[in-house]
Ligand binder design. Structure first.
Ligand code: PLZ
Length: 449
């Protein structure tokens, strides 16, 4: 496992030698409070020194099991060998020219890889950016330029970023939008097929939600005014919701019939995370545009919009760009990341993680009635926590469980519109022993409730 880390061999073990956070982390936290804006929070105030494989080592010498991957970013592990090798070589050659000033080959190579890996065999082109939010913004620009229409449709529980336009596209008020308006106009939100919480039950969910969404689009906006429909094929910040089977195809077909650009936001779900290169493949969806970031570059900032060549070319020359978009070091890292995904068959690893996690979590659901649902795909797995004997969200139990896990040296994240979802996003290269040890800690944590 250590060969997966670029740095000195990092033992793949959990080790808790101080309280968590330990004294050195607490000291650094106090310094952070002095100079870092309060709006920039932290899930776990533990300062990291080294990371790789399935662990994070902190400044106090603790080694934490990583079930977060920096929010689904380090899928190939931290400092993965190929990422480091290629990025270091690129750092030595040149760090930046600006792709809009003088181009370089790795930018083109990343776009070639994206054309090959994303669904569909049509002609594709890409443009590279720095962050997921920037990719989504650019997908909207491209869809508007192509369709000459303005409206953008998004879904309940959707998350697309923190910039002004993407805040408008994001559903949840706290903490993402509160006090930060006014928001961009021409954004419309429609129902999502959320099986666990669909009022008439999961069986009718796909059909009823699609009917409602389509009626709202045609009656309230007018399909002919819609430039783009944007959806996460598995929702991330909304609570790892898999839309009921049939919903995505219904929406994609509606988009196609009405000349609307169908955008899959695969920023969290893409690049092997769900056991497929892209989560939309699960129902055979071929999006017009697809946004990617996070896992693409193994921890370096890179994002992309990839899509039908005629759509991607609709924006005029000079209309898309940015100083750092497709930075050469980030492109080199992406090529290393994609190489690792292929060589280690990380789709298979993600599927194995699903098998282990779902087996253990389903058994826990039998024992602990606060687990309302176990769901997700690949290494994007979650449990939704409810009050015993009901479906009422239980955010208190969720944060108590997260805290108990943190204290034992397991990093887990919470998510969801109601703050009641515990999510698991381990690096796809995590060892099975660590995976099981993490699940043991979680199981024990239920005893603290
Ligand atoms: N689209 C589907 O998941 C980022 C956000 C964490 P950026 N998700 C993690 C936080 O609290 O800020 C995300 C996503 C989907 C877009 C984004 C935005 O990507 O790289 O954070 O801009």
């Amino acid at each position: 496992m250590t060969e997966l880390s670029g740095g000195p061999a990092l033992p793949q073990e959990r080790r808790v030698v101080t309280a968590i956070p330990g004294p050195k982390s607490q000291e650094l936290w106090a310094r952070k409070q002095e100079t870092v804006a309060a709006g920039v929070g932290a899930v776990l105030p533990v300062f990291v020194k080294r990371a790789g494989g399935g662990v994070l080592e902190d400044v106090d010498g603790n080694s934490l099991i990583d079930f977060g991957s920096g929010i689904a970013v380090t899928s190939v592990g931290n400092s993965a060998e190929a990422v480091v090798r290629r990025a270091v070589a690129q750092l030595a050659d040149f760090t930046h020219t600006c792709a809009m000033v003088t181009p370089y080959e790795t930018y083109v190579e990343v776009c070639e890889q994206l054309a090959e890996l994303t669904p569909g065999d049509h002609a594709k082109k890409s443009a590279l950016f720095n962050s997921g939010a920037e990719a989504v913004e650019n997908a909207v620009k491209i869809a508007r330029a192509y369709t000459k229409r303005q409206a953008v449709v998004v879904f309940d529980h959707g998350y697309h970023g923190r910039t002004n336009l993407t805040m408008a596209l994001t559903a949840k008020n706290m903490p993402y939008k509160h006090g930060f308006g006014p928001f961009a106009p021409e954004v419309y939100r429609v129902p999502l097929a959320y099986p666990y919480r669909w009022l008439t039950g999961p069986e009718n969910c796909a059909q009823e939600a699609a009917d409602q969404a389509i009626t709202q689009i045609t009656k309230q906006i007018g399909a002919e005014n819609v430039a783009a429909i944007i959806i996460e094929p598995v929702l991330g910040e909304g609570g790892f919701i898999e839309p009921a089977k049939g919903f995505l195809p219904a929406i994609a077909n509606f988009a196609k019939e009405n000349g609307i650009v169908f955008v899959a936001d695969e920023i969290q779900s893409g690049f092997c995370r769900t056991g497929q290169w892209f989560a939309c493949e699960d129902e055979g969806i071929v999006p017009d545009l697809i946004t990617t970031a996070k896992g693409i570059a193994g921890g370096l900032p890179l994002a992309a919009v990839t899509g039908r060549a005629e759509m991607m070319d609709a924006a005029h020359a000079g209309g898309l760009g940015g100083t750092y978009g497709g930075n050469p070091v980030a492109c080199a890292a992406a090529l290393g990341s994609i190489e690792t995904m292929r060589e280690l068959d990380l789709n298979a690893k993600a599927k194995r993680i699903e098998e282990v996690m779902k087996g253990r979590l389903t058994a826990m659901q039998e024992k602990f009635d606060v687990i309302g649902e176990v769901r997700g795909r690949g290494a994007m797995i979650a449990i939704e926590l409810v009050k015993s004997g009901s479906k009422d969200p239980n955010p208190e139990a969720t944060s108590a469980l997260a805290k108990a896990c943190h204290q034992e040296g397991l990093l887990v994240l919470t998510t969801g519109t109601f703050g009641n979802v515990l999510r698991f996003l381990p690096p796809l290269v995590i060892g099975e022993d660590l995976l099981n040890e993490g699940l043991d800690i979680l199981e024990t944590a239920f005893g603290t409730l």
